[in-house]
Design a protein around this ligand. Structure first.
Ligand code: DGL
Length: 268
């Protein structure tokens, strides 16, 4: 792999949820040029089969490599769970890859909790990746995994900090499987948007952990290790989506403080 520091970082998600990770990367790595791809034509990934998600991820990674990305960040837990290994193998040596599962699992295992909860899409929970990786790093840890499929459409529709989100969250977080947890992992890149509400539900009795900052720091660590940190931004960040509706434009404002221009890219 012969990359230059001034090549961009590619970041992708099923839609705009991965902007929570992109925000953290912009903060931690302000000198990097970013190319974001939201596969809005296939949203939600959380309801798709692992094979379908792998197919989408391979095509999007190819798009990133055609744009000379030195690193590809899989800013989606459903895609990280289903496709990370396949991407590593398929594009071996062609770019650095970062997924959103490993950094969060490592951060949690380092804390030596006894019982943790994981909430995520159906695809992520059914993959068993969090459960397996947490137990691999901390045998004996009590992991309570719960699929919470209503949260992504709820957030995408802008139902945050209102009566609807409160009722939905109370119903999920009050589930008996999550009783007695010390920490809750937000294993979906959409969920940081409702972190304040989740924190309010637990009122400090449960630690709420997400992958935004740990993933940005992992990206920085990998770039440093390969002498690929950029010294200065040269281009405006670009944000592509595979299907366009005005709703996406509106929802983007919930995710990103900066005004960003979504460009339609007909990948499929
Ligand atoms: N942001 C995706 C994740 O982290 C979930 C959205 C979806 O279901 O497409 O899993």
């Amino acid at each position: 792999m012969s990359h230059q520091p001034n090549q961009p970082i590619g970041i992708f998600d099923s839609g705009i949820g991965g902007l929570t990770v992109a925000n953290a990367i912009m903060r931690v790595l302000p000198n990097e040029d970013l190319i974001y791809f939201g596969d809005t034509a296939h949203l939600p990934y959380g309801e798709k089969s692992a094979d379908a998600i792998r197919y989408y991820a391979l095509r999007i990674a190819k798009f990133m490599l055609e744009r000379h990305c030195k690193m590809v960040v899989i800013a989606c837990n459903s895609a990280s769970s289903a496709a990370y290994r396949v991407l590593l193998e398929f594009f071996k040596g062609q770019a650095l890859f970062v997924n959103v599962v490993d950094p969060l699992v490592e951060a949690v295992a380092a804390r030596h909790f006894e019982r943790v909860g994981v909430i995520a899409t159906k695809a992520t929970i059914q993959s068993g990746v969090y459960q397996q990786q947490l137990l691999h790093l901390q045998p004996g840890l009590d992991v309570r995994a719960l699929a919470t499929p209503l949260l992504v459409p709820m957030i995408e529709e802008g139902f945050v900090r209102n009566e609807v989100s409160q009722v939905v969250l109370e119903s999920y977080l009050g589930h008996p499987d999550l009783a007695g947890i010390q920490a809750l992992l937000l294993a979906c890149t959409h969920y940081p948007l409702i972190k304040p509400e989740i924190e309010a539900f637990y009122q400090g009795s449960v630690e709420i952990l997400d992958s935004t900052d740990v993933v940005a720091l992992e990206a920085k660590r990998k770039l440093e290790a390969h002498n690929l940190l950029n010294d200065q931004r040269r281009h405006a960040h670009r944000f592509f989506i595979s299907d366009y509706t005005p709703t996406f434009e509106q929802t983007t404002r919930i995710f990103c403080q900066e005004d960003i221009l979504l460009e339609y890219y007909p990948m499929w």
